[in-house]
Each structure stands twice: as structure tokens, then as C-alpha cells.
Design a protein around this ligand. Structure first.
Ligand code: E4P
Length: 218
């Protein structure tokens, strides 16, 4: 399973990259705003900064909701760097935009997906990635992971090329469950990725190994 980091924070992206397990980055307008990145020029520069840190897919989201606007914005974003993936919302004109970019060989990430039907449409429209939001489904008492399993089954039934990018991953257990469900990619915060390495028995075991080494070598 590929690991993407879901942030626009350059320090966190650098830390995940330095760990050697990072495959890509996802951003959205809220994550950009959280880092204080506003204005088209700054946003574009920020995408370039991210692409300079990580050699992998970087999702850049359009803010238009009409077909022409999404095409205009998406073409500008895609021309910025070969690793840019144009992030398109799951709406009526978004489906048309996914098909347009797919026909042009431009990579897309269909975002704000909350149902199997939406994921099926995204695959039919040729999306490179589909982003079901597991955490936000959990927030409204619906099992987000069940959606990942459902989409996996549907995509496998028809051998769709669209990759399942489990988004809105909030914690370490989500990552484990995504891997069990066969998600192609998960995108989450650095804290969730770092949580994977923690186990008290590892710490206790290491402490003992080091203490025994000291005893034998003193
Ligand atoms: C997906 O790409 C989104 O950026 C993101 O995963 C949303 O996560 P949230 O629900 O924690 O805001």
C-alpha cells in the first residue's frame, strides 16, 4: 500500500520523506488555508515547493465547480510539474472533467467520495485515483472502512485501473484497516504514520538489549 501524507505543512512533508516511506502528498483548500497559504501565486509556489521535496504524486485541488473552470484550472495545475495530480470534486461537471483529463492522459484524483456509486462513476470516467473519505463517514456514524471494502470488490469485479486512495484517514488503526481491505493508497497525517512504529514491547526489549550490552562490555 502506498503512503501519501495529507498536509500542506512543508516540515511534516520533509519529516515523512526523510523517513523513507512516503510515496506522495494530498492537499486540499482547507489544508492550504491552515498553513496560511492564500492567493493563487502563493498556492502555485507551494505546490512547486512540495514537488521539490517528494518525488511522487502531489494532488492539487481545483476550486471551480463548472466544467470549463475545472478544465482551465486543471490544465494550469497539471503543467506545473509532471507529478501533479488534478483533484476534482465528485459532482456532475467533475465527472465530465475526469473524462476530459483522462482522455488527455492527465492524472486525476476524484475527491469527496462517500458512496460506492460515486466510486463506480469515478472509475467509469477514468479517474486515476478515487478518494473515499473514511474519517468523515466515521464522524457521522457510518463505517468508512466498509466503503473501502465495497469499492475494492467492485473494482476487482471489473478490473478497473482506478486506484483506491483512502482519504480522511485520521489515526493509525485506519491505516491498518485500509491495508487489510486492500486499499491501493492511504493518505493521512504524519502522526498516524508515526503511530505505526510504536509498541511498548519494542521499547522494553531495546532497553534490555542495551542494558545487557553495557553489562557485558563494562
Ligand atoms: C483528502 O484528500 C482530503 O484532503 C482529506 O483526507 C480530508 O481529511 P479530513 O476529513 O481529516 O479533513
Amino acid at each position: 500500500m502506498k503512503f501519501f501524507i495529507d498536509t500542506a505543512n512543508l516540515e511534516q512533508i520533509k519529516e515523512a520523506e526523510a523517513l523513507g516511506v512516503l510515496d506522495g502528498v494530498t492537499t486540499n483548500p482547507s489544508l492550504m488555508a491552515k498553513e496560511g497559504i492564500t492567493g493563487q501565486e502563493n498556492i502555485i509556489q507551494h505546490y512547486l515547493d512540495i514537488c521539490a521535496i517528494v518525488d511522487g504524486p502531489v494532488s492539487a485541488e481545483v476550486i471551480s465547480t463548472d466544467f470549463e473552470g475545472m478544465i482551465r484550472e486543471g490544465e494550469v495545475l497539471a503543467a506545473l510539474h509532471p507529478n501533479i495530480v488534478v483533484k476534482i470534486p465528485m459532482i456532475h461537471d467533475g465527472i465530465k472533467a475526469l473524462r476530459y483529463f483522462s482522455n488527455k492522459g492527465i492524472k486525476t484524483n476524484c475527491t469527496l467520495v462517500f458512496s460506492a456509486g460515486q466510486a463506480l462513476l469515478a472509475a467509469k470516467a477514468g479517474a486515476t485515483y478515487v478518494s473515499p473519505f473514511v474519517g468523515r463517514l466515521d464522524d457521522v456514524s457510518t463505517d468508512g472502512m466498509e466503503l473501502i471494502e465495497q469499492i475494492r470488490l467492485i473494482y476487482d469485479n471489473y478490473m478497473y485501473d482506478t486506484q483506491i486512495l483512502a482519504a480522511s484517514v485520521r489515526h493509525t488503526m485506519h491505516i491498518i484497516k485500509c491495508a487489510e481491505a486492500g486499499s491501493d493508497v492511504m493518505t493521512g497525517p504524519l502522526s498516524a504514520i508515526l503511530g505505526l512504529l510504536k509498541h511498548p514491547l519494542t521499547d522494553i526489549g531495546l532497553e534490555k538489549f542495551l542494558a545487557d550490552y553495557k553489562k557485558g562490555n563494562s
